[in-house]
Design a protein around this ligand. Structure first.
Ligand code: AHM
Ligand code: MG
Length: 337
């Protein structure tokens, strides 16, 4: 049924600020500006070939990955939107070697913004859901926001995190540390509208999400967990499991937040040298904050992701997140091994 009294993102944030003090005016502005930038990215994504935005940019990022045109464009949109408002001390991105400073002509604020401008970019050219992931930290008084070091804070220090999914509809999923809330972009009005308050991940699940083409590289605990799921009703789990892998973390984790499951990009022989596949600062940390706020759990298999003390801006980590009981089971298998 149509919602006749929609709550916009602005109204939601003002009410959070008033009633619960979970954010101040500066953080509210930051979140609104990020949401506005994501609307622009959503428009660019949905134009596809008509907007001339598909395909490779012909450049690479610091991690040696080929950049898509939309990776570069989304990064530019987020940088431009956030540089003039006076709410940020600096920004760091998956697509930039080092942090971007706020230009001298604008005032500096107290927050640091980190983002993966377009997650799942291998899916852009095949018209499958992609998204943006962001994390907000406080800038320490004595930190120089032009340095990588200023951003190296554990995930527990995040004051807000969110992701968007540019799918059949555009969603913004947000936490300021008091639950997880889902907003849907009303394209006619041009505003994000609250469509789900305080989402909770189902505790139990019968669904897993992993790139099974890496099976031969997995460590024993992950292999054991997946083998038990695959054994179905006849196996030790006594139930049939289902598997889904979109290869866009935002889409896979959003499905899990909605109907339960476990998402894994674990440590394997292929990614061991670099520490994992996904990036701690702008993928694992914000998604872990959201998953925990939704009642789930997030671990490397050996430690809680949010407790990790980052050593490098572009650090990679193993990721196991989703329904609490399943994550605990995988962590238990690691401990036993
Ligand atoms: P990206 O940020 O460059 O798009 O890379 C991250 C993506 C995740 O969204 C997804 O879970 C993973 O990489 C997919 O990896 P693979 O192609 O190995 O399945
Ligand atoms: Mg990504």
């Amino acid at each position: 049924m149509k919602n006749t009294n929609p709550i916009s993102l602005t109204q939601f944030l003002i009410e959070e600020q008033r009633a619960h003090g979970t954010l101040n005016a500066e953080l509210r502005l930051l979140l609104e500006v990020v949401a506005r930038a994501c609307k622009r990215i959503s428009i660019a994504v949905s134009k596809g070939a008509l907007g001339g935005v598909l395909g490779d940019a012909g450049t690479g990022n610091i991690q040696g990955e080929a950049q898509k045109k939309l990776d570069v464009l989304s990064n530019e949109i987020l940088l431009q939107a956030n540089e003039w408002g006076g709410h940020l001390a600096g920004m760091a991105s998956e697509e930039m070697d080092h942090p971007s400073c706020i230009p001298g002509e604008y005032p500096q604020g107290g927050y640091l913004l980190l983002f993966d401008p377009l997650d799942g970019s291998s899916n852009i050219d095949v018209n499958i859901s992609v998204g943006t992931i962001f994390s907000v930290l406080r800038a320490a008084d004595d930190a120089d926001p032009s340095t990588d070091e200023a951003f190296l804070q554990p995930g527990t220090q995040q004051v807000a995190a969110g992701y968007t999914v540019y799918g059949p509809s555009t969603l913004l999923v947000l936490t300021v540390g008091r639950g997880v809330h889902v907003f849907t972009l009303d394209r006619e009005q041009g505003s994000f509208v609250l469509t789900q308050r305080d989402v909770k991940i189902p505790v139990k699940t019968r669904e897993f999400s992993i790139n099974a083409s890496n099976a031969r590289h997995w460590e024993a605990p992950v292999k054991r967990y997946i083998d038990e799921c695959l054994a179905g009703k006849e196996g030790p789990r006594g139930d049939d499991f289902n598997m889904r892998w979109v290869a866009s973390m935002v889409a896979d984790v959003h499905r899990i937040i909605t109907r339960g499951g476990v998402f894994m990009y674990p440590l394997d022989a292929k990614t061991q040298k670099q520490g994992g596949k996904l990036r701690l600062m702008y993928e694992a940390n914000p998604m872990s904050f959201i998953v925990e706020q939704a009642g789930g759990a997030a671990s490397t298999g050996r430690a809680r992701i949010l407790d990790l003390v980052p050593e490098k801006l572009h650090q990679r980590v193993p990721v196991i997140m989703g329904s609490r009981e399943e994550v605990e089971r995988v962590v238990g298998y690691h401990a036993q091994a």
